[in-house]
Design a protein around this ligand. Structure first.
Ligand code: CA
Length: 552
């Protein structure tokens, strides 16, 4: 944000920005005009009255912590098979002192598209960011919630993983992972710090937290509220733990999820036709060392060997296929959970800082991941599917001034709802073009009567990576209907009450004929409502289209 000298100038500038923005969006309806008048009155009053200005400074700070691919099953507050072996005490603290959400879902469960949906409050087909592979660059000129907060007087920062190609906008300060196509690396990563590439030494999760705390030390105590986006690379592939946590569970075998040996019966062309099963781990994933005397290309080919079903390999040819699957799972899950141990430690550092500096009470803290992840369920790693483990986003909010501690929320919420909610917490109205809805009232016991009872999902990327058929569908509190359509035509229906693991596709069961027909009509309505009612050929064109790649 441009630096201006006096408070009055700051306020005037905010008003002008707000005014310009509103004209640009061409939303001059009655509500906006009333909003203008109110905003103008408030601002003019603020210019005249120091007391009002003081109240203005009490707007809550926001710390939005997002890790990459952190499944709810790997957060002990959510329970699950790892909760006593690999607890997450600092994330759990946020839940115990705040709200744990059970039904927050991703609208397109893959990294970049989820981030774009969160920033804009809009589906992929509206914000233009559909895919990671050949997905192009996020259009940073469009409306985002951090920029709206900045426009309304918040100090804003982004630290850690951005992974949207284009340069971030709406941040006073950014320092994001710039190497490896903005994936970053766990060790000695490069960052882009406000446009300048800098090389750092150390472990990414610790470094990213260091930079966030440095920014807070300089910007956390003034009159203006702040919004910090702290976005960890971890626990994304290739799952490299900090040295001190490399051998945390060396002497034990991790438990297996109930669906580890899924045979994909009734789902042969969808769940049964992917490149994300345990056999698809490559040698780099398994931390093998390449033989010496290889050229760089030979070494890269050797390390990434095993990415698809044709190339699967075993660490020892005497192993059975099942032994190899289990060996790979053990290596994977221990590394994944060890990466999370560092995330949890570092969230503890942030909480400690806020507590020591008197910032804990007036700061809204949100913890989430960009989507869920498969931790051996259905025999998989990765995400993408509308099945529960990848669809569900862990989501926790702590704000003792307004939310009752140690509570849970079961409303159906999606990642396009985050932006309007964060804005409402800050007392800022979201523009009408935002597709999501604020769920702040839901958290205060005033859930709107017309709150959605189901959510709409759409995944586009194919065949890379992992060969997951593009699909769309809806999920309500009990049932889920999915249509896989790229080069198959498969519908699936699950009853999540009787079949929470989604093993029993009910689509051909005559007992569900009416329900299926109702849900098919409902998915069409949702597609119309969200303006995604295109033909399957048009959807396939999106899967096929090369929007370009993220350039380093
Ligand atoms: Ca991700």
């Amino acid at each position: 944000m441009k630096k201006v000298d006096s408070f009055n100038e700051v306020i005037s500038e905010h008003f002008l920005n707000l005014f310009n923005f509103k004209f640009k969006t061409m939303k001059m309806n009655l509500r906006t005009i009333v909003g203008f008048t109110l905003a103008g009155t408030l601002i003019l009053t603020a210019c005249q009255s120091p007391n009002t200005a003081k109240q203005e400074s009490k707007r809550p700070n926001i710390i939005y912590i997002m890790s990459d691919d952190h499944a709810a099953q790997a957060i002990s507050a959510y329970g699950g098979i790892f909760d006593s072996i690999a607890p997450t005490p600092n994330i759990d603290r946020l839940a115990h002192e705040g709200i744990l959400f059970n039904n927050v879902f991703c609208t397109n469960a893959i990294c970049g598209p989820s981030r774009a949906a969160i920033l804009t409050g809009k589906y992929s087909h509206v914000n233009g960011y559909y895919k990671n592979e050949s997905g192009g660059q996020f259009n940073s000129d469009q409306w985002t919630f951090p920029e709206e907060l900045q426009r309304n007087g918040y100090k804003t920062a982004l630290v850690g993983k951005w992974h949207l190609g284009s340069e971030p906008k709406g941040f006073d300060f950014f320092k994001y992972h710039s190497n490896a196509g903005q994936q970053g690396s766990y060790w000695d990563p490069e960052y882009n710090e406000n446009g300048k590439i800098v090389s750092e030494k150390g472990y990414a999760t610790n470094l990213t937290t260091d930079f966030a705390l440095n920014w807070l030390r300089e910007n956390g105590k003034g009159n203006d509220p702040f919004c910090l986006l702290l976005q960890y690379k971890a626990p994304h592939r290739p799952w490299e733990p900090d040295e001190k946590y490399k051998d945390l569970w060396e002497d034990i075998d991790m438990p297996y999820p109930a669906t580890f040996n899924d045979d994909y019966k009734g789902r042969e062309k969808t769940a049964g036709d992917t490149d994300m099963n345990m056999g698809s781990f490559n040698r780099r994933d398994m931390k093998l060392n390449a033989p010496e005397n290889m050229s760089a290309k030979e070494r890269r080919d050797w390390m990434t060997y095993g990415n698809n079903r044709e190339e699967q390999w075993k660490p020892d040819e005497n192993m059975t296929d099942q032994e190899a699957r289990e060996w790979k799972y053990q290596t994977y899950i221990k590394d994944y959970l060890a990466c999370i141990r560092s995330v949890d430690d570092n969230i503890g550092r942030v909480l400690e800082y806020l507590e020591e500096n008197g910032l804990l009470e007036n700061t809204v803290i949100i913890y989430m991941a960009d989507q869920g992840f498969f931790l051996g369920e259905h025999g998989w790693f990765d995400k993408r599917f509308m099945y529960e483990e990848s669809l569900r986003m862990p989501f926790i909010m702590r704000f003792p001034e307004q939310f009752q501690a140690n509570t849970t929320n079961d409303d159906i919420i999606t990642n396009i709802d985050f932006a309007p909610t964060i804005l409402e917490v800050a007392g800022v109205e979201a523009p009408e073009e935002v597709q999501g809805r604020s769920f702040l009232a839901n958290l205060k016991g005033n859930k709107p009567a017309d709150w959605p009872e189901s959510m709409y999902y759409h995944y586009y990327e194919f065949p890379y990576w992992h060969h997951v058929q593009p699909h769309y569908g809806i999920r309500n509190s009990r049932y889920k209907l999915i249509h896989f359509y790229y080069n198959v035509d498969v519908w699936e229906l699950y009853d999540l009450k009787t079949d929470p693991n989604e093993l029993n596709n009910l689509i051909d069961d005559p007992a569900y004929t009416n329900l299926i027909s109702d849900m098919k009509a409902e998915v069409q309505e949702k597609m119309k409502y969200y303006q995604n009612d295109k033909s399957l050929d048009e959807f396939r064109e999106i899967s096929d289209k090369d929007f370009g790649n993220i350039v380093h």
